[in-house]
Design a protein around this ligand. Structure first.
Ligand code: IFG
Length: 519
């Protein structure tokens, strides 16, 4: 047999097989088989595919979409190697088209045909549509180095909008301090799953984390340590504004918390006059709660609160200031109530809305106050009786500082062990008797950091439970089912691995993806 025939019979098929094996596994060409989290409201497939090409552009219908287009370009360019120039105007074949249209808040549609992907909606809706689109592409799209294509998306139409308008995460940066870059990554991760509020726990017994120019020792002294005695840290107001802007570009609204009158040892250690006995407290590096209180009898306390709330309001464009109010066991209730009432007046005097842990419902709530249910359902109901909305953060379902199970190396378990299924199988609108969906502003998943010290620790606790809680905030409960969701979650494994997310590989999830090299 001559050489030619051998080539045809052996060489080319081998090359062909090799070439095929190098191809990015193409996503299923059935759009309804896409594994998007949160589950979109409706998906219709037309059974063909769109392919992103080197000549593709990102076309925007309005200059206000420039930032979203550049964030999309930042996702696609490193892994495809395509320049994906952002231009304003009319799209050509092969382009991604972002079209600003007024409609339901945060709603979007993605229309995919063989020639174009068009994402239409209001500004946040388009950003959420971009998060959905990145999940329609192969997981390799998340790589930061050029991967082999092709980059195909199944054709069809996705129509989507959120159930709750407030879908948040709370990051406690007081027990352990996390720098600007860690918080930016956290914002990247929560916005990928359409969470739109970041509640930062800026002060607590163990640390004060935000510069207040009129009370400088709060940060310089109160921010100088943390749980375990580490060096702590704090955000200058410039750092904080950088985080607010970074979050805003991803349609995440910042909610700063100054916890009071309890959980205030860092402030009490920084300024003697804030203590009833006039003696500054020692800095505290333990994890007890409920032992501290501002001196509610002294006028200087309210000047302090006013200065703090004023400076914070000036650098917080979002509607809420969180005043804490939890676990004030060292503040007699007859002093707690007038204190919370005065603090609420201070917040509203700076045109901000009050958000507070559920204990604040024992005070006289101002208009538009929001009660964050974490512990006492009766407090949540007291809030509703006063006309407040409830932000659902039941500790037994949403506290991601809870261990997954008794073997988890990180976390606490006072609210119980919270495995991935436990954090998903519940409905905010039926969690508390007599608390209906109309009473609920939304959902928020707190991560307290007594035992959490690094970004890897954060990711271990937040992945994979946070995507499921994000789905609870976004997808109607009658469209949610754990047996179906866990399969979609399992298929996110490759994406987590490529993004180097340090996720917990829970046994409750049927994981699919690159086998982790043990060792
Ligand atoms: N409860 C405290 C938090 C934190 C948490 C740890 C609230 C509102 C226990 N208050 O949760 O400061 O210590 O799981």
């Amino acid at each position: 047999m001559n050489l030619d025939r051998i080539k045809w019979l052996v060489f080319f098929p081998v090359i062909g097989l090799f070439w095929a094996s190098c191809q990015t596994p193409s996503v299923p060409m059935d759009l309804t088989e896409a594994n998007v989290i949160p589950l979109p409201t409706s998906v219709e497939a037309t059974g063909s595919s769109f392919e992103l090409m080197a000549e593709s552009h990102i076309v925007i219908s309005d200059g206000s979409l420039q930032s979203t287009a550049e964030i999309l370009q930042g996702i696609l360019k490193p892994s495809t190697g395509y320049s994906l120039e952002v231009v304003t105007g009319i799209p050509s074949d092969g382009d991604i088209y972002l079209v600003l249209e007024q409609g339901d808040a945060e709603a979007y549609t993605i229309s995919i045909n063989e020639d174009q992907v068009a994402i239409k909606g209001d500004a946040p809706g388009i950003f959420w549509g971009v998060q959905t689109m990145r999940q329609l592409l192969p997981p390799q799209i998340e790589a930061r180095t050029v991967q082999p294509g092709p980059w195909r998306i199944a054709t069809g139409t996705i129509t989507d909008k959120p159930t709750y308008t407030y879908r948040g995460s709370m990051l406690d940066v007081a027990r352990h301090f996390f720098g600007v870059d860690d918080v930016k990554r956290y914002i990247d991760l929560i916005s990928m799953y359409k969470l739109n509020y970041l509640h930062l726990g800026l002060s607590n017994d163990q640390g004060w984390r935000i510069e207040i120019k009129s009370w400088p020792r709060l940060a310089t002294h109160g921010g100088s340590t943390e749980v375990g005695g580490g060096e702590g840290g704090y955000y200058t107001q410039e750092d904080y504004v950088e985080l607010v802007d970074y979050a805003a570009d991803r349609f995440v609204t910042m909610v700063p918390e100054i916890d009071m009158p309890g959980h205030t040892n860092a402030a009490l250690a920084s300024y003697a006059e804030l203590n009833c006995d006039g003696k500054a407290r020692d800095l505290y590096t333990g994890i007890e709660v409920g032992f501290s209180t501002l001196c509610t009898d002294k006028e200087v306390t309210y000047r302090f609160v006013d200065d703090v709330i004023r400076e914070l309001s000036l650098i917080t464009p979002g509607p809420y200031i969180h005043i804490g109010g939890d676990e004030s066991h060292a503040t007699p209730i007859d002093k707690y109530i007038p204190f919370v009432n005065r603090v609420q007046q201070i917040v509203t005097s700076y045109n901000k809305k009050v958000l507070g842990w559920d204990e604040i419902a024992n005070a006289d709530l101002v208009k538009d106050a929001v009660v964050q249910y974490w512990d006492r359902a009766d407090n949540a109901l007291k809030g509703v009786e006063q006309g407040a909305k409830v932000l659902m953060s039941p500790a037994s379902r949403t506290y991601l500082d809870m261990q997954y199970d008794s073997t988890s190396p990180l976390g606490l378990h006072w609210a119980g062990y919270i495995e991935v299924d436990t954090s998903y199988i519940w409905d905010p609108a039926s969690m508390v008797e007599a608390l209906d969906q109309d009473d609920i502003l939304g959902i928020e998943t707190p991560l307290w950091t007594e035992t959490i010290e690094t970004m890897d620790d954060i990711e271990y606790m937040v992945f994979p439970r946070m995507p499921g809680i994000a789905e609870i905030g976004w997808t109607p409960s009658d469209q949610r089912d754990w047996e179906e969701y866990k399969v979609r979650l399992g298929k996110q494994k490759e994406r987590f691995q490529i993004m180097e997310i340090n996720f917990y590989e829970s046994a409750t999830v049927p994981w699919e993806g690159i086998e982790k090299v043990k060792g």
